[in-house]
Ligand binder design. Structure first.
Ligand SMILES: *[C@@H]1O[C@H](CO)[C@@H](O)[C@H](O)[C@H]1NC(C)=O
Ligand SMILES: *[C@@H]1O[C@H](CO)[C@@H](O)[C@H](O)[C@H]1NC(C)=O
Ligand SMILES: *[C@@H]1O[C@H](CO)[C@@H](O)[C@H](O)[C@H]1NC(C)=O
Ligand SMILES: *[C@@H]1O[C@H](CO)[C@@H](O)[C@H](O)[C@H]1NC(C)=O
Ligand SMILES: *[C@@H]1O[C@H](CO)[C@@H](O)[C@H](O)[C@H]1NC(C)=O
Ligand SMILES: *[C@@H]1O[C@H](CO)[C@@H](O)[C@H](O)[C@H]1NC(C)=O
Ligand SMILES: *[C@@H]1O[C@H](CO)[C@@H](O)[C@H](O)[C@H]1NC(C)=O
Ligand SMILES: *[C@@H]1O[C@H](CO)[C@@H](O)[C@H](O)[C@H]1NC(C)=O
Length: 390
């Protein structure tokens, strides 16, 4: 479907566009800006990551509501919490770092839990690499990556384009990926950490007071103690700690409930769960106008984000692993408080498919996880729509 000729035409078109505006280079911190009315974002080639997102709060002050580092260089230090990038070629965890395609077993490089599994594509996953900028205009930027055959143990070459576009009050993401030579697993996402107060709420540096809603998510993927799916699909019963569907609820509402202990893995209290998005029950749907799959808001800043997506699962992590050593940016925080992310200081939200479906064949999601030269292109789309209460 994607012949080399089409691909080089794509790239040439993109480069021509970039060339026509050479003033749109990186700023002094190595970041690239795109903007529209009410929204401004900064991006870096490392991981095709978002590093800053500015939205005005109800007090009229612009808040930087995503986690990141102050400059592009800092992303390549020892600490790598996957801040705002595109993990690939297979996001989340791969059980036992292996999978089978057409009867052939493949082993990929492990990098988590004493090498029991592979997280976010391995020790040199996509968000450890520099993408190439193929297009940059005032309101849009496109990154690309060529992931070679055999890299991290994955079969076949994958070529991917990640496009971020700003329209009024909206951040749009479109990701395509082509498996050009062999059948291989592909699952991607945007791994962005949020604090809708920009850490500037004088009452709390935490995100536990953010209100979260998952209107389509009455079920979630069952996992073991290291968050590897065990094949089960669990009910998020009404009023249980994982019920974010029957009504919006603050992230911290159920933090004293015993059921929340271990909910994000052994010895972890909070959330790091893959919720299913069940929309087909209402008949054929167009993801752009069936309402958001998730919403997050903060009363203090007044900022709300509604997330629309074509993906059929949604991961939410309540940052239980933060321990006060990850710095916030100079654009964030309040004077007199430690400029570091505290435990539960953020919320990670990921639009994606059912995690590790390559190792759960009975889920019958192969067409959404295994791609080859003769299959349709992998695509992911999401719109993050912002509004501010009065
Ligand atoms: C980038 O940020 C890091 C961490 O804040 C800082 O140590 C470093 O000096 C900065 N580098 C540049 C080139 O500004
Ligand atoms: C995990 O993978 C290794 C290496 O391929 C294999 O020897 C072992 O049997 C696998 N374990 C399980 C539980 O599947
Ligand atoms: C991982 O694998 C090692 C050795 O195979 C084992 O001892 C350990 O219990 C496993 N689990 C975790 C969570 O590290
Ligand atoms: C990414 O690009 C920067 C800037 O050119 C460079 O310093 C860095 O070494 C590159 N990192 C990788 C992993 O290629
Ligand atoms: C290039 O920049 C100019 C001035 O900022 C702008 O008017 C024009 O639309 C840009 N061109 C492209 C292709 O983005
Ligand atoms: C949490 O939000 C409520 C309003 O919904 C507010 O009264 C309370 O002060 C907030 N708590 C913190 C710690 O910000
Ligand atoms: C979780 O919080 C909701 C809202 O306050 C409450 O109705 C529900 O009983 C709580 N669930 C548990 C298990 O504590
Ligand atoms: C969980 O916590 C208990 C008590 O602190 C400890 O003994 C145990 O080793 C911990 N388990 C893991 C997997 O971290």
């Amino acid at each position: 479907m994607w012949t080399p000729a089409i691909l080089s035409l794509l790239a040439a078109t993109a480069f021509a566009q970039y060339g026509s505006n050479s003033t749109l280079g990186p700023d002094a911190d190595g970041k690239y800006e795109i903007k529209a009315d009410g929204i401004r974002g900064l991006f870096i080639p490392y991981g095709a990551s978002i590093s800053n997102l500015f939205i005005k709060g109800k007090d009229g002050v612009e808040r930087d509501i995503v986690l990141g580092f102050d400059n592009a260089t800092a992303y390549e230090g020892e600490v790598h919490p996957h801040l705002g990038g595109v993990p690939g070629r297979y996001a989340n965890r791969i059980k036992n770092s292996s999978f089978v395609i057409d009867g052939v077993k493949y082993n990929v490089l492990p990098n988590e839990n004493n090498n029991n599994d592979t997280l976010h594509g391995g020790p040199n996953g996509w968000d450890y690499r520099n993408f190439t900028i193929v297009s940059h205009t005032t309101d849009s930027i496109t990154f690309s990556i060529v992931d070679p055959d055999g890299e991290q143990g994955f079969p076949g070459e994958v070529i991917s384009y990640v496009t971020y576009t700003m329209t009024p009050n909206t951040w749009k993401i479109k990701i395509v990926a082509m498996a050009t030579t062999k059948k291989t697993p592909i699952m991607l996402t945007s791994h962005t950490y949020w604090n809708l107060d920009g850490f500037a709420n004088p009452e709390t540096p935490l995100a536990l007071n953010h209100t979260f809603h998952l209107p389509y998510s009455g079920q979630r993927v069952g996992v073991d103690g290291i968050l590897i799916p065990d094949g089960t699909i669990l009910p998020n019963e009404k009023y249980s700690v994982n019920d974010f569907w029957s009504a919006p609820k603050k992230i911290g509402t159920n933090f004293t409930a015993p059921e929340l202990e271990g909910n994000c893995g052994t010895n972890c209290t909070g959330y790091d769960n893959c919720y299913l998005v069940n929309r087909a029950q209402n008949g054929p749907y167009d993801w752009r106008n069936t309402g958001p799959v998730a919403s997050l808001s903060s009363d203090w800043s007044g900022i709300k984000v509604d997330i629309y997506s074509d993906q059929e699962a949604f991961q939410m992590y309540s940052c239980g692993g933060q321990k006060g050593d990850l710095p916030i940016k100079s654009t964030q925080g309040v004077q007199g408080r430690p400029a570091f992310v505290q435990q539960y200081g953020c919320v990670v939200m990921e639009v994606q498919d059912w995690i590790d479906a390559i190792n759960q064949p009975e889920w019958q999601r192969e067409k959404k996880h295994i791609f080859g030269p003769n299959s349709p292109t992998y695509t992911l789309e999401a719109d993050y729509v912002f509004s501010t209460s009065k």
